[in-house]
Design a binder for this molecule. Structure first.
Ligand SMILES: CSC[C@H]1O[C@H](OP(=O)(O)O)[C@H](O)[C@@H]1O
Length: 344
């Protein structure tokens, strides 16, 4: 049973004393919820990609902090150690750091009811994310005049608090009649595009065609794609963007074929402390995730794998970064500082 509302299928639901997580490893064939009853279980769920997507894992960690406070009581050292385990669950998405920094400020304020104050902050983080996605949908959707679009990985309600980032722009533009069809990269090895994005778009009644990443060049060469629209896991101060592996190649192809390239991410994904893309930690996941498909080997026994799950797209290949605070065209150092300064 899925839980859906106007913002799409919910991936993260607070249930009073535990966090219910839609197990995204099982979608689309099996709809199954995991109940995380402690912060460590939330950290495990993030690391094991039960829940994934930069904003969604930040939101899950924010709720995990609530359970950490409940379980650690007055032991502040233990509490902060658990916070650190949540932050370290996955290295690339800055949203984990951002969400736990907000919860740390709540702890430092030493409220009478710490768990209650942390829950209030977690709910605020969740609600703000949905509002940001709706705002980005409107801002980014207006950039798309017509045609079809290509997207990568999953950036929908499953990757966020609801509605989605790049998929939120696509939802808004489609609703305004600006998009005919969405082309979705299957996004090996975890298949977020095939298993999650196609599932979300089919449920919304938005025409979607799946493609293997290797077909993206031919698709862009064929014509008809007006924008490549993707999400982000961390945007550095100079506008370089870390996103799902394969994004950088799409940006090179888009520039070669004169197709515009849009990155959509809330300001919670912008990290002004990281100067450039070379400074962003890139997560490498177990070789088995690449050597198997649905649990079955796809490579000869004995073969190893190189499995970085993110790459960095230089700001110079990006035509627009869309955030809830505004759009940075041809993003560069000045643009990002101006944008974030606006937000402060
Ligand atoms: C809306 S952020 C989604 C972002 O997260 C994905 O990575 P993962 O599925 O490994 O968490 C991918 O980079 C998406 O663009």
């Amino acid at each position: 049973m899925t839980i859906r509302d106007n913002d799409g299928v919910r991936a993260v639901v607070w249930a009073g004393d535990r966090l219910r997580l839609l197990d995204q490893r099982r979608l689309p064939g099996v709809v199954e919820w995991i109940e995380a009853t402690s912060a460590i279980e939330v950290a495990d769920a993030i690391r094991d990609m039960v829940v994934r997507g930069a904003p969604a894992i930040g939101i899950a960690a924010a709720y995990g902090a609530v359970m950490a406070a409940r379980d650690c009581g007055d032991d502040r050292l233990s509490l902060l150690a658990v916070f650190d385990q949540l932050v370290r669950a996955r290295p690339t998405a800055v949203n984990l750091h951002w969400a736990l920094a907000r919860q740390r400020r709540v702890v430092d304020a030493a409220p009478q009811d710490l768990s209650g104050a942390l829950l209030e902050e977690a709910v605020a983080i969740h609600d703000e994310d949905i509002a940001a996605n709706r705002r980005m949908g409107a801002l980014g959707g207006a950039l798309i005049e017509s045609g079809d679009v290509l997207t990568h990985c999953n950036t929908g309600s499953l990757a966020t608090g609801g509605y989605g980032t790049a998929l939120g722009v696509i939802r808004s533009a489609y609703g305004d009649g600006r998009i005919g069809r969405v082309y979705a990269d299957e996004t090996r090895p975890w298949l977020q595009g095939a298993r999650l994005t196609a599932w979300e778009l089919v449920q919304d009644g938005i025409p979607v065609s799946l493609l293997c990443e290797g077909a993206a060049a031919a698709l862009l060469a064929r014509g008809g794609i007006s924008w490549v629209v993707v999400g982000a896991d961390r945007i550095a101060a100079n506008g370089d963007v870390a996103n799902k592996i394969g994004t950088y190649g799409l940006a090179v192809l888009a520039r070669h074929h004169g197709v515009r390239f849009m990155v959509v991410a809330p300001t919670s994904t912008v990290d002004m402390e990281t100067p450039d893309g070379a400074s962003i930690p890139i997560e490498t996941r177990p070789a088995q995730e690449l050597l198997t498909l649905a649990g079955r080997p796809v490579a000869a026994a004995g073969a190893d794998a190189w499995n970085p799950v993110f790459d960095v797209t230089p700001a110079g290949l990006i035509d627009a970064i869309v955030t809830e605070a505004g759009i940075v065209e041809q993003p560069g150092l000045a643009g990002m500082h101006e944008l974030m300064g606006q937000r402060a």
